[in-house]
Design a binder for this molecule. Structure first.
Ligand SMILES: Cc1cc2nc3c(=O)[nH]c(=O)nc-3n(C[C@H](O)[C@H](O)[C@H](O)COP(=O)(O)OP(=O)(O)OC[C@H]3O[C@@H](n4cnc5c(N)ncnc54)[C@H](O)[C@@H]3O)c2cc1C
Length: 436
């Protein structure tokens, strides 16, 4: 068996883990389905007007060098070097690629990049690529990232004419005409990105966006919020904790409160039993998401302007299957809390419901689950993992050489989606994977 670590997925998570391992003396093969290593959806499909939703000062890719990104900006993109600003995501992609290139230059014999689709996974530490190549190593890390949406509308919306099932697919928005009326399923960050792109491309139509609760991401303040000088609300019951958090947010500002939670969210998540996690997801998640994953103020202002100009309407309710109607698309819609049905009509429908994590349907993890080599977490968010990121088999035993990193690890760690959280997991995983 080779002593290499095999990393499946070369987005931010895989690339920065590979760099860290290689720099620490570990041989690693980084495998990505295309040759755009380090980018993934977040930084690869970004247009110049797509900004990071985290301040630059918090976006270092390296856990123990907090100012790494800002230093890089000063040297390579000085116009964006404000630590409290929100740099373009495409610039961030260049930074990640630079970090990867530096690691390769320093450790070329240890860091190998391979382009290809991984189609098979052996828990013993081997992967098979679509072209038949088979690689084996000491451990495999699944860093496969954000899958495309699983369509949010019931039925096979992807096949209806005018439906765009994945806003991030290359060229997905190209066919939209300036005056088209758009239906958006989902009112979160993808909706915002889509509207920003359409506007920049000269779109002048109207949009209606629907989600269960009709909540949209809140904005960052113009400058970082003052640190809340208070202990975290701590009560045995979730409902009491929530009430105390509301009171603390009232006193100190909700953004400051979210910052107080941020470094300890994963630990708090781990202290909840699966039922507590499910309750939190059921009742609090939509609110958590819009307060936690915020918009750069300038982006939020553009969305406000669309609403004020009556070009964007955000609705709460449930939608049905889209149907063709007189050359357009029609969507049945039941407003939240009401029984009657309405209908929404547009020229295009774009699925903005976000990544559709479903390990049971994934070509790599589906067979593992079917064979009992993996199991689903009882909270319903994804794979069940040990605290070090190892996949747990059906009998609860950790697979010795099979790890998950990044968004697909969310059932176990919850906050493992954004860079500040992923880089901490990278540091921890690199420690686990270092040769003994
Ligand atoms: C649009 C968008 C904007 C975001 N903006 C921010 C932000 O501003 N700040 C922030 O902190 N976070 C942001 N995020 C969160 C984002 O999840 C992380 O920042 C980070 O990019 C996740 O990287 P990843 O490598 O885990 O996943 P991904 O970026 O999804 O990369 C996974 C990679 O694995 C590859 N892959 C998957 N399956 C296979 C296979 N079978 N074989 C070979 N290759 C495979 C994919 O092609 C892809 O390249 C954003 C996310 C999105 C979607």
């Amino acid at each position: 068996m080779s002593d290499r670590i095999l990393i499946v997925g070369g987005g931010f998570s895989g690339a920065m883990l590979a760099a860290r391992l290689a720099e620490a003396g570990t041989a690693v093969s980084l495998i990505n389905r295309d040759d755009r290593f380090g980018l993934g959806v977040a930084y690869g499909a970004a247009e110049p007007w797509h900004l990071l939703n985290v301040r630059s000062a918090r976006m270092s890719a390296v856990a123990d060098r907090p100012d790494d990104f800002v230093r890089w900006l000063e040297a390579h993109a000085p116009g964006h070097a404000d630590p409290e600003g929100f740099a373009p995501r495409a610039v961030y992609g260049r930074y990640v690629q630079d970090r990867l290139a530096a690691a390769r230059a320093a450790a070329a014999d240890r860091l190998e990049t391979l382009t290809g689709e991984v189609v098979g996974l052996d828990p013993a530490g081997a992967v098979t690529l679509a072209d038949g190549r088979r690689l084996s190593g000491r451990a495999v890390v699944l860093a496969t990232g954000n899958p495309p949406p699983r369509t949010a509308a019931p039925g096979d919306t992807g096949s209806a004419a005018g439906v765009i099932p994945d806003a991030w697919a290359p060229g997905a928005l190209d066919g939209i005409r300036p005056q088209d009326d758009i239906l958006l399923v989902g009112t979160g960050l993808t909706m915002v990105d889509v509207l920003m792109t359409l506007e920049r491309r000269g779109w002048i139509g109207r949009a209606v966006a629907v989600s269960r609760r009709g909540l949209r991401p809140r904005a960052h303040g113009p400058r970082p919020d003052p640190k809340l000088d208070a202990p975290l609300p701590d009560h045995p019951r979730l409902s009491q904790r929530l009430a105390a958090a509301r009171a603390a947010a009232g006193d100190g500002g909700w953004r400051s409160l979210m910052e107080l939670y941020r470094p300890v969210t994963a630990d708090l998540w781990a202290t909840l039993d699966p039922e507590g996690q499910r309750r939190l997801l059921r009742h609090l998640r939509p609110w958590w998401d819009v307060h936690r994953h915020r918009l750069a103020p300038e982006v939020a202002a553009r969305i406000d302007a669309l609403v004020a100009a009556d070009r964007l309407q955000i609705l709460a309710g449930r939608i049905g299957r889209p149907r063709p109607a007189a050359g357009r698309l029609e969507l049945s819609w039941r407003p939240r809390g009401q029984t009657g049905e309405g209908r929404l009509v547009g020229d295009r429908l774009i699925d903005c419901s976000g990544p559709g994590h479903a390990p049971q349907d994934d070509p790599l993890t589906g067979p593992l689950l079917a064979a009992g080599a993996a199991r689903l977490h009882p909270n319903g968010l994804g794979l069940d993992l040990a605290p070090d990121g190892r996949i747990l088999a059906a009998d609860g035993r950790p697979q010795p050489g099979l790890f998950v990193l990044g968004p697909p690890a969310r059932a176990a760690f919850w906050e493992t989606i954004a860079v500040p959280d992923i880089r901490d997991r990278i540091a921890a995983l690199a420690g686990t994977l270092a040769p003994h």
